[in-house]
Design a protein around this ligand. Structure first.
Ligand SMILES: [Zn+2]
Length: 206
């Protein structure tokens, strides 16, 4: 962009509006002339996106601008539904933390509209009681938490997440796959009650 008066390419942006085509109000740094420029972005392209919801996932396409940069944890809108980017696969064949749209092969995302489903396993000396709960994606499980679940009371001793096993600290429900606990005597005070969040009935696994 050059100043129409003096031809200088140095300018200050006074105003910028529009998302996909930008209307700029510029001030020339050489002569002070104020002028407008419109930048038209390239047409949006279809990008493959795999959205996971609970145990299943589905493939869709989303229209994005080729020069747009996406990053893990960005929120995308798919027909009114919000999804969060978990991972991006680009043309060099690997998973990357961020990429411009034109280099993206697949976006891996999970739905924000639905709660996170987390497994719970409580170990009664080798006999495991398993459960699943649906909790808010932001819900935090902390190692050491005392949890009430139906008529079961247990203490969290570890959490398996997508990437690692947490033995100290906490994990958000959005990344927690399974919470492991040890049973406690009834009567102890609990930090929270997940009874209303149970998805399936307690079942025995030998
Ligand atoms: Zn100028």
């Amino acid at each position: 962009m050059n100043c129409p008066v003096c031809g200088s390419e140095y300018y200050e942006i006074l105003k910028s509006k529009g998302k996909h085509s930008k209307e700029l109000l510029l001030k020339c740094e050489e002569c002070g002339n104020i002028y407008r420029e419109v930048i038209i972005r390239e047409k949006p392209v279809d990008v493959r996106i795999i959205i996971s919801e609970f145990e299943s996932s589905k493939k869709e396409f989303i229209k994005l601008y080729p020069d747009e940069e996406l990053e893990v944890d960005d929120i995308l809108d798919i027909g009114g539904r919000e999804v969060a980017i978990n991972s991006i696969e680009n043309k060099r064949g690997g998973r990357v933390g961020k990429s411009v749209v034109s280099d993206i092969v697949t976006i891996w995302a999970s739905s924000m509209d639905i709660p996170a489903r987390v497994g719970i396993s409580v170990d009664f000396g080798g006999r495991i009681l398993s459960n699943k709960v649906d909790v808010d994606r932001d819900f935090e499980f902390h190692v050491g938490d005392v949890v009430k679940l139906g008529n079961l009371l247990f203490k969290i001793n570890s959490i398996k997440t997508i990437e690692r096993k947490v033995r100290k600290g906490f994990a958000k429900a959005s990344v927690a796959k399974r919470v492991y606990g040890k049973p406690l005597e009834r009567g102890e005070r609990h930090n929270y009650d997940l009874s209303s969040k149970i998805v399936q009935k307690i079942q025995k696994e030998e």
